[in-house]
Design a protein around this ligand. Structure first.
Ligand code: GTP
Ligand code: GTP
Ligand code: MG
Ligand code: MG
Lengths: 292, 283
């Protein structure tokens, strides 16, 4: 992977007093390729490259730190910085509130419905009483899918026989807010070009006043991740990202742009189809995996 | 005057990045760049000012040659051939989680039904929550037969039943829906391989997501390795997707892209043409 390529390159310069420009350019090219292969947005890769190159040429490794480690550290630091730092941001669920409302939004087939149930289990394990609301009137058997997952996780679920998504969300919260202290609303897939669906999302958020709006993003999404994330963010301010399907070989570089463009931190990753396959986000291991 | 490496280096670098920003996989963009380099360096032109036009023409040719692969597949021809042999055509739909297989099957069912063919759908995703119910709804709306089992049944057995049903009833086509799966899951890929062996389908159709970036290559390559992809359908093209996956998929498997999914409705399936992609990249 990139680690080995960087090691063999930097072995060449072990004797050098400062890191020479030609070698830095070589290293940066390797990093660029790794990031592009990981689906990081082209412009972001170019911006990052400039910063890494500048730091590599201007900075002196601290005494005793080998050049190789220092170059790698610069790359890691820049990427972790982009993700919002080493600390993972917590979910805004407060047990003292009457009810915490979480909305899951995102493109088609990203894993929203499955993640709703995973998140329910995660919160149940932390002592919360979680309810699930289906607010997807479009997808065939969307309500049935959420019902089956809710049963598996042992959470109350509310579905509404209507073609109005906002009504589904509002009535769902109404129905579950007394018995639950967290309500997770599963919405229909949509994209930034579907104006009425984006409007619908705005109206839904206005009515249910969510404490968390999480963008569910598939790790396989490529160069358009940033644009879509930005559009969702404009419609309803995002408070976080859940990056799914990291159990596959997809690197999830699109998430970097999603974070960079919206400021919404990655809070969880999905690592499989089972309801236990949800982990808290760890920026350092994500970056390590990104660089291969 | 002859084109030198220096003459084209910058424009080829730019081209490579342009392909990548269109979601063409890095290795595919690099390989196209190498082909162009080979073709262009040493080529004779009237003057240096000709170079941009020559590069563009070469790019178009390179893209078209990838997108018009050796293998030619026509859905209706495959169905007709099976009919002539007095048996139902079996089309198996495969791909990773959430790529749009089930929705695409509904669209293909409508396409075939509108052409006068009798269609059976096999609900061979026996794993995911409400996968069967999702197809039940589609089948009911479309007025086609659905052959299903119970959640947890052996997928190959359900699909096989559907084929037997189609044979006994003289139906023209069986569309087999399979569970989405990560190609990194060896057990699931082996299960798919077994299903292919049992069904002997006329076509294995890879359903890819146009929103996918580099992963499209690994998806196509691995599915091709395990079950062999005859052709592909790329979905969610309407979702502001670049569509570079068409190049990635065809380059690594030689399988042609037959259709593009351009929405969630039953008619949202349009015939893929190589020009469509070339225009997007060069237009
Ligand atoms: N391998 C893997 N599959 C996942 C993961 N999360 C979800 N899936 C699968 O992805 C597919 C789509 O999941 P859904 O939950 O239906 O996605 P969705 O975003 O609700 O889809 P729409 O509502 O149609 O937009 C299903 O097959 C899930 O089992 C994950 O982390 N890893
Ligand atoms: N906009 C758009 N959405 C699509 C298209 N094709 C499928 N979808 C949507 O993508 C989501 C997933 O579609 P499915 O057909 O359930 O995907 P799948 O591959 O069968 O999913 P799994 O069986 O869970 O692996 C649904 O919300 C579909 O409506 C398309 O061409 N355009
Ligand atoms: Mg859903
Ligand atoms: Mg399906």
């Amino acid at each position: 992977g990139l680690g080995d390529r960087l090691s063999s390159l930097v072995d060449k310069i072990k004797g050098a007093p400062v890191i020479d420009e030609k070698l830095v350019k070589e290293v940066v090219r390797d990093v660029q390729r790794a990031l592009l292969e990981a689906d990081v947005d082209v412009q972001l890769v170019l911006d990052l490259s400039k910063r890494i190159e500048k730091r590599a040429l201007e900075e002196e490794p601290p005494a005793g730190v080998p050049k190789r480690d220092y170059l790698l550290r610069i790359v890691y630091e820049e990427l972790v910085e982009l993700l919002g730092g080493e600390e993972t941001e917590e979910l805004d669920v407060d047990p003292s509130r009457d009810v915490n409302v979480i909305m899951l939004v995102g493109l088609y087939g990203m894993g929203k419905t499955t993640t709703a149930a995973k998140l329910a289990r995660y919160l149940q394990r932390r002592g919360f009483k979680v309810g699930l609301v289906c607010a997807d009137p479009y997808r065939p058997a969307a309500d049935e899918q959420l019902r089956q997952l809710a049963e598996e996780v042992g959470a109350p679920v509310h579905t509404e026989d209507t073609d109005d998504a906002v009504e589904m969300a509002v009535k769902g919260v109404e129905a579950l807010k007394d018995e639950c202290d967290v309500i997770i609303i599963d919405t229909a897939g949509r994209d930034r070009l579907s104006e009425d669906l984006i409007e619908e999302l705005k109206e839904m958020a206005e009515k249910v006043e969510p404490h968390e709006v999480l963008l569910v993003l598939d790790a396989t999404v490529g160069q358009k991740a940033g644009d879509h994330a930005e559009a969702f963010h404009e419609a309803v301010p995002l408070t976080g990202v859940i990056l799914t399907k990291l159990d596959t070989a997809a690197k999830g570089g699109g998430a970097l742009s999603a974070v960079a463009r919206t400021g919404a931190p990655i809070k969880f990753i999905g690592t499989g189809e089972r309801l236990d396959d949800l982990e808290e986000f760890n920026p350092k291991s994500f970056v390590a995996r990104l660089l291969g | 005057v002859m084109i030198t490496r220096e003459d084209v280096k910058d424009v080829l670098d730019e081209l490579e990045l342009e392909l990548i920003s269109n979601d063409v996989a890095v290795e595919v963009a690099e390989s196209i760049r190498e082909e162009l380099e080979q073709e262009l360096i040493g080529k004779k032109v009237k003057g240096k000012s000709e170079i941009p036009k020559v590069v563009e023409r070469s790019l178009r040719r390179a893209l078209l040659s990838v997108l018009e692969p050796e293998k030619e597949v026509d859905l209706f021809e495959v169905v007709e051939k099976a009919r002539e042999e007095g048996r139902p055509a079996v089309l198996m739909f495969v791909g990773v989680n959430g790529s749009g297989k089930t929705t695409t099957i509904a669209k293909v069912a409508k396409l075939l039904k509108d052409r006068g063919y009798s269609v059976v759908i096999a609900a061979a995703d026996t794993f995911r929550a409400a996968a069967i119910e999702q197809l039940e709804e589609h089948a009911e709306r479309l007025g086609v037969t659905l052959i299903k089992g119970e959640k947890g049944d052996d997928p190959a057995a359900v699909a096989f039943n559907a084929v037997q049903h189609a044979e006994s009833k003289g139906k023209d086509v069986v569309l087999v829906d399979t569970a989405g799966r990560a190609y990194t899951d060896v057990n699931l890929m082996e299960e798919l391989k077994k299903m292919k062996r049992v069904l002997e389908p006329d076509l294995v159709i890879f359903v890819g997501d146009a929103l996918a970036g580099n992963d499209a290559v690994e998806q196509a390559r691995t599915f091709d390795e395990y079950v062999g992809i005859d052709c592909a359908i790329l979905t969610k093209v309407d979702a502001d997707a670049k569509g570079g996956a068409v190049l990635s998929i065809t380059k690594v498997t030689g399988a042609p892209i037959l259709y593009l999914g351009v929405g969630q409705g039953y008619d949202d399936l349009k015939r893929f043409t190589p020009e469509w992609f070339v225009e997007r990249v060069t237009g």
